[in-house]
Design a protein around this ligand. Structure first.
Ligand code: SF4
Length: 476
């Protein structure tokens, strides 16, 4: 059961808008972007939600209405693999209204989805929702900032000022449990080379203590931001909620921000798991990723936290350019050391996806046989030392990378007419001078600057790797 303060009966004259999240409810309800959009749309129209695991995405959660009874369907795409479900929902529902897609995948590269939607929204939609809903045709839509219908040569991403936080939210059983989501900031002050978030939510913006609402009806808050520990008032915000008796759940922590005071607050806020993302155990690769977290930072964070948490969860990447098998073994070596402080450790390892709009957009996805070798090496080493490990489904990552890095030709794959193996060429690198499928999106960075950043990163790698890498970085 959920508590939905926005639910009301449909009144004649109001447009019916379907907000479709083609993935599971548990993720959708824990997404602050969807919560904001739903609240905003209900100010002007009648909005109902669709999730892939509620009536298979074909009927709304609120009233069980069929998708084809709505005039506008807004699809929010957070993972490339959701494209398949989105298309299935469109086809099976027989929806004939206006179809708009938005969300991080669309801000990244909507090319593979071109034939399936009337328009794409590139950016943060809160301030544009009213205009979008009032548009009666694709032509009218195309006049709105941030809209891409396929005819425009360039689209500038739209972003909002973030001010007072919304007062009401739907409370459901989501990824953080039953809680109120508090967005403390948007965008990130860091420049990690692999990270799409730093680009598509630029510039970094924070909310202050006084911007947060009074919360009633739940005893837990999830504090959301790409890198919440960078918030200048992070500890004060946590402290404020803890003093009012709330359990807290921060979205992630940086190891170099963990100190005794923070650990005490988290403990008082009933946080049970310390979650950190060192990404790699190799200092050289860490420099390449620009994550700026050293093993000392990690060890300090875990040592300080030893008595406060039941579990340590660590996120790593593999398939980083220049990575050797010994770098992979070093992950397990580090984790074995950290287990001395917190007995229960789980690691999650995923392949690096060179994302559009990041300085790594030109590099190829790692070679599949090499990734397979590294994954089985990790599995064996973790088993030997009794470490819980969550390993990637490589096929899913290959498909994700193809969809993130490809062009319109991929619509045949999304439609199920062609196999992903026919598109493996999108895993290869791009030539530096080549036009990229996503170049039409203006995220506010200069491509020449991104290229300089990339060339600086290449300098970090070993000479031997770079000569081998001429092959790698030359592209297709
Ligand atoms: S990985 Fe995290 S810290 Fe780094 S830029 Fe992205 S959001 Fe910021």
């Amino acid at each position: 059961m959920e508590f939905n303060p926005f639910q009301k009966r449909f009144r004649k004259g109001k447009r019916r808008v379907a907000l479709v999240y083609p993935n599971r409810y548990v993720g959708g309800i824990a997404n602050i972007g969807l919560q904001l959009l739903y609240a905003k749309i209900n100010e002007f129209a009648h909005c109902e939600r669709f999730y892939s695991d509620v009536f298979d995405g074909l009927r709304s959660l609120e009233s069980g209405s069929r998708l084809n009874e709505f005039e506008i369907a807004m699809f929010s795409l957070h993972y490339e693999k959701d494209y398949f479900k989105a298309l299935e929902i469109i086809k099976r529902s027989g929806f004939r209204g206006i179809k708009i897609a938005g969300g991080p995948c669309v801000m990244e590269n909507p090319r593979p989805l071109m034939p399936f939607f009337d328009a794409f929204f590139i950016g943060e939609a809160e301030d544009r929702v009213e205009e979008i809903i009032e548009a009666r045709s694709v032509e009218e839509l195309s006049d709105i900032d941030g809209i891409f219908t396929g005819k425009e040569e360039k689209v500038k991403r739209v972003f909002c000022r973030i001010e007072k936080h919304i007062e009401d939210e739907i409370i459901g059983e989501g990824a953080y449990g039953k809680c109120f989501l508090i967005e403390i900031g948007r965008g990130c002050v860091r420049r990690c080379s692999f990270c799409l978030v730093r680009q598509i939510y630029f510039p970094p913006r924070w909310r202050n203590l006084e911007d947060f609402p009074e919360i009633r009806g739940v005893n837990k808050v999830a504090l959301i931001a790409p890198s919440p520990t960078d918030h200048p008032q992070f500890k004060d915000i946590l402290q404020k909620f803890v003093e009012r008796g709330f359990e807290i759940s921060p979205s992630s922590l940086r190891a170099d921000a963990v100190d005794e005071e923070l650990v005490e607050i988290l403990k008082a806020g009933k946080v049970k798991t310390l979650t950190l993302a060192p990404e790699t155990s190799s200092p050289k690769l860490s420099e390449f990723l620009k994550k700026e977290i050293s093993f000392e930072d990690l060890r300090n964070a875990v040592e300080i936290s030893a008595k406060a948490f039941e579990k340590l969860k660590l996120y790593y990447l593999i398939g980083i350019p220049g990575e050797l098998e010994e770098d992979v073994k070093k992950i397990v070596e580090d984790v074995v050391f950290l287990k001395k402080f917190i007995q229960r450790v789980e690691i999650s390892v995923n392949p690096l996806v060179p994302k559009p709009h990041t300085p790594l957009q030109w590099i190829p996805f790692a070679k599949i046989p090499e990734l397979k070798r590294k994954i089985s090496l990790l599995f064996e080493e973790c088993k030997k030392h009794g470490i819980e490990v969550s390993l990637p489904n490589l096929r899913e990552f290959v498909i994700q990378s193809i969809l993130a890095r490809g062009d319109e030709s991929l619509s045949e794959m999304v439609a199920g007419n062609r196999n992903y193996r026919e598109y493996l060429h999108f895993l290869k690198g791009y030539r530096l001078e080549e036009a990229l499928p996503w170049d039409f999106i203006d995220h506010g960075y200069k491509k020449s600057k991104l290229l300089s950043e990339f060339l600086e990163l290449v300098e970090i790698l070993d000479k031997s790797y770079k000569s081998m890498g001429d092959k790698i970085f030359r592209g297709r």
